[in-house]
Design a protein around this ligand. Structure first.
Ligand code: PMP
Length: 284
């Protein structure tokens, strides 16, 4: 039995209900977060909360739970109720339920839903690396908000999958912004690690942020500057980051190999260091 949290109560997932007038359902008027837990410990919790609050503030959606400590207790309880050690939490907050009208309702309580999920660990993805498909970035101009409106991401991820690719990397004005579900990095021939800067064109990934901390701590060279397809073509390694997959080597784009077509040395080092970084959070 899987237990979820809906607006203040813990319920069986198959019995849980939200109004058909929920503005998330009607307008995608809401935000979400996905966080991971390991040994029941919430990984990168503060970074996720900062991003969640920022998304809510940007869309002028009320915070359903003001106190971060209370939210942490709810998440921890949900992990316990679902009897899980390792997995992920999906948290969604919408503006609330109201008669359908584009204008914000005058007084409405936000709807909040949280559930846990697990992903089957596929060692092949890390050991062999993944391929990505390049595509146009057709998303809106506020990709920095973690909005539940994910249609372009869904369509491009599906198109990549149908064409035999793991992920798509999106191009806006000749520059690669990010993946449909992840942030994009390359490692240049001079060993500089390069990724798109934080702005409205990408989602500021929590994993991206943590990997950058690791890069800086290890005195590796970092450039937060958008890269082109030609940069991707001449780089020696590439990788992607997200909460669900952490760091994955990217070994091919479209029909072109990256480097020698195998996960690179620096990427492997970062994967190891990211695992250590997570362990150090768990062990306090
Ligand atoms: N960009 C997009 C578009 C994403 O959907 C995600 C995953 N939610 C990311 C980047 C990575 O973010 P994070 O590391 O916080 O999971």
């Amino acid at each position: 039995m899987s237990i979820c949290y809906v607006n203040g109560s813990f319920e069986n997932k198959s019995d849980a209900m939200i109004s058909i007038q929920d503005r998330g359902f009607n307008f995608s008027d809401g935000v979400y977060e996905v966080m991971s837990f390991s040994d029941k410990f919430l990984i990168n919790f503060n970074k996720h909360i900062i991003r969640l609050n920022r998304s809510l503030e940007n869309l002028k959606i009320k915070k359903p739970i003001i106190n971060t400590k209370s939210l942490r207790i709810i998440l921890q309880k949900l992990i316990k109720l679902n009897n899980l050690n390792d997995g992920y939490l999906y948290l969604q907050i919408t503006r609330g339920s109201s008669t359908r009208n584009h204008l914000f309702p005058k007084s409405v309580m936000p709807n909040m839903v949280i559930f846990t999920f697990t992903v089957k660990y596929d060692e092949n993805l890390i050991n062999k690396g993944v391929n990505i498909r390049l595509t146009d970035d057709i998303r809106w101009g506020r990709c920095d908000i973690k909005s539940i409106s994910l249609l372009p991401n869904v369509l491009e991820k599906q198109r990549a999958f149908q064409n035999g690719f793991y992920e798509s990397w999106q191009i806006k004005n000749k520059f690669i912004t990010e993946g449909s579900t992840s942030n994009a990095f390359i490692i240049n021939k001079d060993n500089t690690i390069q990724t798109h800067p934080i702005n409205n064109l990408i989602l500021g990934g929590v994993t991206r942020d943590s990997v950058i901390e690791i890069i800086k701590k290890n005195e590796l060279s970092l450039k937060e500057k958008a890269f082109t397809v030609s940069d991707l073509n001449s780089c020696k390694e590439a990788f992607l980051t997200s909460t669900t997959v952490k760091i994955l080597p990217v070994i091919k784009f479209d029909n072109s190999k990256i480097g020698d077509g195998k996960p690179g040395k620096t990427t492997k080092t970062l994967i190891q260091k990211y695992d250590d970084f997570i362990k150090s959070q768990i062990n306090g």
